[in-house]
Design a protein around this ligand. Structure first.
Ligand code: TRP
Length: 457
């Protein structure tokens, strides 16, 4: 079979652009929406510490593997796996990884865009003063009303998808790089502004203590597993995103240190988001363990009680939207890169088709909050819950597990040495133990844990 070696038009213009792009993919709703509410539900400091361990021991090695495979293969994840399995003399079945990644990206984008659409809507709601001195009742009703209104949700979901596809259609240099160059620095500035605001809100000490006071008593095996799943999602691992971004990396960048920078940036944003959000919640005497409503109910309520709350609340939702866009574009890239290189198709056309498809698929998620809330086709889960569980809890861990195993046990180690630029045997041994044993075992644990309850009810 002939395999095209020419990838899409892509090559990042520098190592730093790759760092920003990968950080842009990693930093998203996972950091700003999910991380704080999961930490809030799981006892704060105890969870944060375990999360950091998971990021370091499982997330970082898997990201190194993904970027390495991408840089070596220099193609979309599907063709990268085809090439590398041939080079390694391994079974071509590993290519399944690439296909699963394409599917996972489509599934995740379909609901990611719905939730990001809420954030877009909240820019408007906050700016127009909906939450100024609002009561808890108003904040709750506003969110409920949005969820009960499929047309509004479809509209914002559509706006978010349009922005994403417009950027993706313009290509790696003109689209992705340009968006990333603007959005990422702005995102960091907005985050620091919010952090400063929160530091002056009067609740900072309490917020800090909540995030960093370590308390063993609330930790169970479940904490580990939730933390691991979160580490996976937040670092964009397991579906070829980092592989395809890695395939655009300039030759001269050192993979190890580059990946560590990306992981550090992602972790910084998650922790900073927590430190920006919790003090505001505490100073208003609100509950941190609210679950998914933390960002859409508790936080607007908190902003509404504070001086200049409408301004800073708006800033906050702009920040979330930027973060979500740079993540969403990365969800499409494995699929788009494949179709473009395999069929020599026009990138803009592929992007538009994918966008339309994901938008339609996303309607299932939109309706899961209202007209289809009680339609539970499988395992007692509605459409949104099914897509979410399938992609996040099954496909991503499975993808990550296979990526780590392939890199350490199937790929010739000369390739790994050359890619990682490792001379010493001791460093190689260390890499094999962490990448080939600890990380896969960790992922396998999450995998089994999330699968079991699905089947045992
Ligand atoms: N990491 C992003 C977030 O935290 C989401 C995301 C983008 C993602 N690309 C991904 C998750 C690939 C898993 C796989 O919001």
């Amino acid at each position: 079979m002939s395999i095209s070696t020419q990838s899409t038009d892509g090559r990042w213009s520098s190592r730093w652009l790759f760092v920003l792009a990968a950080a842009g993919s990693a930093v998203g709703l996972g950091n700003i929406w999910k991380f704080p509410y999961i930490a809030g539900e799981n006892g704060g400091g105890a969870f944060v510490l375990i999360y950091l361990v998971c990021v370091a021991c499982v997330g970082a090695p898997i990201m190194i593997s993904e970027v390495m495979l991408g840089r070596k293969g220099r193609a979309s994840p599907i063709n990268t796996m085809r090439k590398l399995t041939q080079a390694a003399g391994a079974s071509s079945r590993w290519t399944f990884l690439g296909w699963m990644g394409v599917l996972a990206g489509i599934l995740i984008l379909s609901y990611y865009a719905v939730i990001a659409g809420w954030a877009l809507n909240y820019i408007w709601l906050t700016a127009s003063g909906t939450f100024d001195s609002a009561s808890a009742q108003v904040a709750t009703t506003t969110f409920d009303q949005l969820q009960q209104d499929p047309l509004t949700m479809m509209g914002w979901h559509g706006v978010f998808m349009l922005i994403t596809i417009w950027i993706v259609a313009r290509g790696v240099s003109r689209g992705l790089e340009t968006a990333i160059k603007w959005f990422m620095p702005l995102l960091f500035v907005l985050l620091l502004v919010l952090l400063a605001y929160s530091m002056n809100s009067g609740g900072f000490a309490q917020g800090w203590a909540f995030m960093f006071d370590f308390n063993w008593s609330v930790i169970g095996p479940e904490t580990w597993l939730i933390a691991m799943g979160q580490a996976f999602f937040t670092l964009s691992l397991g579906m070829g995103t980092m592989m395809v971004y890695g395939s655009y990396v300039p030759e001269d960048s050192h993979i190890g240190s580059t990946v560590l920078t990306i992981v550090a940036l992602d972790t910084f944003v998650a922790v900073a988001a927590g430190l920006a959000i919790f003090p505001l919640v505490f100073v208003n005497g609100l509950e941190v363990g609210q679950g998914p409503g933390l960002m859409f109910v508790t936080l607007p309520l908190a902003f509404g009680q504070l001086p200049m709350g409408a301004v800073f609340g708006t800033v906050f939702f702009v920040l979330v939207s930027f973060a979500a866009i740079t993540s969403a574009i990365s969800l499409t890239e494995p699929a788009i890169a494949y179709v473009v290189e395999e069929y020599n198709a026009k990138r803009s056309r592929v992007a538009i088709s994918l966008g339309v498809f994901c938008w339609i698929l996303g309607l299932g998620t939109v309706f899961s909050f209202n007209i289809w809330a009680d339609v539970k086709p499988l395992l007692g889960l509605n459409f949104f819950e099914l897509v979410d569980q399938l992609s996040q809890n099954i496909m991503l861990p499975l993808g990550g597990l296979l990526i780590a195993l392939f890199t350490v046990w199937a790929l010739p180690q000369t390739i790994v040495r050359e890619q990682l630029e490792v001379g010493s045997d001791r460093v190689m041994l260390c890499w094999r133990v962490v990448g080939g044993v600890i990380a896969p075992l960790g992922v396998a644990a999450v995998f089994i844990y999330t699968l079991l309850p699905l089947f045992t009810g």
